[in-house]
Design a binder for this molecule. Structure first.
Ligand code: FAD
Length: 359
């Protein structure tokens, strides 16, 4: 026992002598670089291993050689594709504004049920994912209320089943998995670091001249941020059969489309009340149930909808964002189909008139 006590005292005295003293200079240990092949230390390592009768240390990446490349090739490989995409997606079937959980879920669903459609997914941030990289207050776990967890089954994202809700170990697992599914679809183009600054709004003959959202006005986010200091930085545009806006709740960047519609006097009821006080029980159903074409040509999904409906905020529970995004995809498809049928009807009527006139 006495020996054990003296051992403990010795350990404690080593620990206290190695701890930095108040006012003393703290010496940080710098990690030694790994032995470079051919260096003195590599030779020393090799001879030490040889003396011990062991083979030299190797990794699968020793003697790794890259294929040769020229700088201009790298440049052209990126820009050629980007500008081709800009050209192709200048007229998109669906534009989704915001690649948070609702926008990503919408793009996922469109890719699943209508993979032939051209979908431009616009995200002002460099990193898509919105608020879905974390749970509440920067915690890692993500809560999803049943039955929204069926999406997790579909994506093969593991979770802990807590009965009436499930928990994904890290929110980033769902977000990155969802994103990888979306980005594999060649007909979905994510333009990140691209902000929607305004909407294209036009009188629509199909609506008897009433206004319809017909696309979005975009700019690279860095350019958008410099509007206060630089002049003459005109934006770009994407025309769309339908716009799904999923910009999230109001804040420095959020609720862009809703705020713009309000300034244009297009929000039904005029005012944008902003999201209501927190009520988790009621909030999620209100978002999913309210997902709709709010004005002709624009479907709202996710928390942006709460801004226009005044429905309660919900805090960090994400099932409603996923289901609202998925529902928005089907609403968008119905909008496109409605327009196609009306246009076909109008064309048939015009052809009938022409035939009657020529008879
Ligand atoms: C820190 C934090 C705070 C939260 N606060 C709340 C809360 O107050 N109430 C609540 O119910 N839930 C809150 N949540 C939960 C959760 O974030 C949201 O409910 C959920 O993220 C909303 O999903 P969404 O897809 O609607 O929007 P978001 O996840 O916010 O995604 C919107 C995306 O649109 C992009 N975007 C916005 N404007 C533009 C634009 N003009 N052009 C292009 N892209 C644009 C944004 O960059 C973002 O990526 C919070 C979560 C976190 C982590």
């Amino acid at each position: 026992m006495a020996a054990m006590i003296s051992q403990r005292r010795a350990a404690a005295s080593v620990a206290s002598s190695s701890a930095p003293k108040r006012g003393s200079r703290v010496v940080t240990r710098v990690a030694q670089p790994l032995a470079q092949p051919g260096s003195q230390s590599a030779a020393a390592d090799a001879s030490m291993l040889a003396r011990a009768g062991l083979p030299p240390t190797t990794t699968p990446y020793d003697n790794y050689v890259f294929a040769s490349i020229r700088e201009a090739e790298v440049n052209r490989a990126m820009t050629r594709r980007y500008f081709k995409d800009m050209d192709e997606f200048a007229e998109s079937d669906v534009v989704i504004v915001g690649a948070g959980s609702a926008g990503l879920a919408c793009a996922y669903e469109l890719g699943k049920v209508a993979p032939h459609l051209k979908v431009a997914l616009l995200e002002q941030s460099v990193a898509p994912g919105g608020g879905a990289w974390l749970g509440g207050q920067l915690f890692s776990a993500m809560v999803v209320r049943k039955p929204a967890h069926l999406m997790l089954d579909e994506l093969e994202v593991p979770y802990e089943d807590e009965g009436h809700y499930v928990v994904v170990r890290h929110a980033a697992l769902l977000t990155s998995t969802l994103m990888s599914h979306v980005l594999k679809n060649p007909n979905v183009k994510l333009f990140n670091a691209t902000a929607v600054e305004d909407l294209i709004v036009k009188p629509d003959p199909q609506l008897g001249g009433a206004r319809r959202v017909a696309g979005v006005v975009t700019n690279w986010s860095l350019v958008a941020q410099a509007h206060g200091t630089q002049s003459c930085m005109d934006p770009n545009v994407i025309e769309a059969g339908v716009v799904v806006s999923a910009c999230g709740h109001d804040g420095p960047f959020g609720a862009t489309s809703v705020k713009r519609l309000a300034r244009l006097g297009m929000v039904p009821g005029g005012e944008v009340p902003g999201m209501g006080a927190l009520d988790m029980e009621a909030a999620e159903g209100a978002i999913v149930g309210g997902t709709r074409e709010v004005v002709p040509g624009m479907v709202l999904a996710g928390m942006e909808l709460a801004e226009v409906d005044g429905s309660p905020r919900m805090g960090p529970t994400f099932g409603a964002m996923i289901v609202s995004g998925r529902r928005a995809a089907h609403v968008a498809l119905a909008v496109l189909e409605k327009r196609r049928k009306v246009a076909a009807g109008a064309a048939a009527a015009a052809a009938g008139k022409e035939m009657a006139a020529s008879a």
